[in-house]
Design a protein around this ligand. Structure first.
Ligand code: MF3
Ligand code: CO
Length: 251
């Protein structure tokens, strides 16, 4: 049940896995425009991952059929890429992706608007991202895990958005999902103490309406119960004795 502490060698491998993932996200972002399908994104991701000599950590995860997750509008996470899902002006799309480099997992997600989107939806995307940065202000050795959760929730509460509670962030390393679970909602306890060498995937999932979710009949796609749009922002970070290092966000 312990949270793993990565060695210097493991940290280097986590850095490289996440650096490649960041590059892939940047490439996929350039493709987002009306008329492309979520399968186009999946195929580009598969090719990128292969070219890196990596493998997708999502493909076949508990039977998941895609290389990445592509979640459109009211879909929160785990949307399955399809050649029937054509992006159109005004949609939003969350791309969640990861890969395994020499045994080490990366995991990161971003939400984009397709063409011109409603201002209140753009604000949802922006504040979901901002909540991540508020959260990681607390992410340093000596603080406690749920200090991050509470900082995220405090930020989101200012806007009255719905926080998804059925899914949470997580440790990441030699497995995609390691201890601990990292809620994006308020916790009364402070949780485990953070230590340098922990690698964590922090991932607020936020709805314009309420945070309650349903699963579609494909048993994967998570949608908001009220069908309001949802945003997702995730990075893999490294806890240090000083500021956290955002492994999946590099220049
Ligand atoms: N990236 C997701 C997470 O944050 C995992 C997706 S697993 C998949 O934990 F099977 F749905 F791809
Ligand atoms: Co994750």
């Amino acid at each position: 049940m312990a949270i793993s502490i990565k060695s210097q060698r493991e940290i280097e491998l986590m850095r490289e896995s996440n650096r490649l993932l960041c590059e892939m996200h940047n490439e996929l972002a350039k493709m987002i425009k009306p008329g492309i399908t979520t399968m186009d994104l999946d195929k580009a991701a598969a090719a990128f991952i292969k070219d890196c000599g990596c493998v997708s950590n999502f493909l076949n995860y508990e039977g998941y059929p895609g290389n990445i997750c592509t979640s459109v509008n009211e879909q929160v996470v785990h949307g399955i890429p399809s050649d029937k899902t054509v992006l159109k002006e005004g949609d939003i799309i969350s791309i969640d992706a990861g890969m395994i480099y020499k045994g080490y997992h990366s995991d990161a997600a971003r939400t984009y608007g397709v063409g011109k989107i409603a201002p209140e939806v753009q604000q949802l995307i922006d504040e979901t991202r901002n909540s991540f940065f508020e959260g990681i202000k607390m992410a340093k050795a000596g603080n406690h895990l749920f200090d991050i959760s509470n900082a995220i929730a405090d930020h989101i509460d200012k806007f009255g958005y719905g926080i998804v509670r059925d899914l949470v962030g997580h440790g990441v390393g030699t497995s995609l999902h390691e201890e601990p679970q990292i809620p994006n909602f308020h916790m009364t306890r402070r949780g485990p103490r953070l230590q340098a060498g922990m690698t964590l995937a922090i991932e607020p999932m936020i709805a314009l309406g309420r945070g309650d979710v349903d699963w579609l009949d494909d048993d994967w796609t998570v949608v908001t119960e009220d069908r309001s749009p949802a945003a997702h922002y995730e990075n893999t970070i490294l806890i240090t004795d000083g500021e956290p290092e955002i492994l999946s966000l590099v220049d």
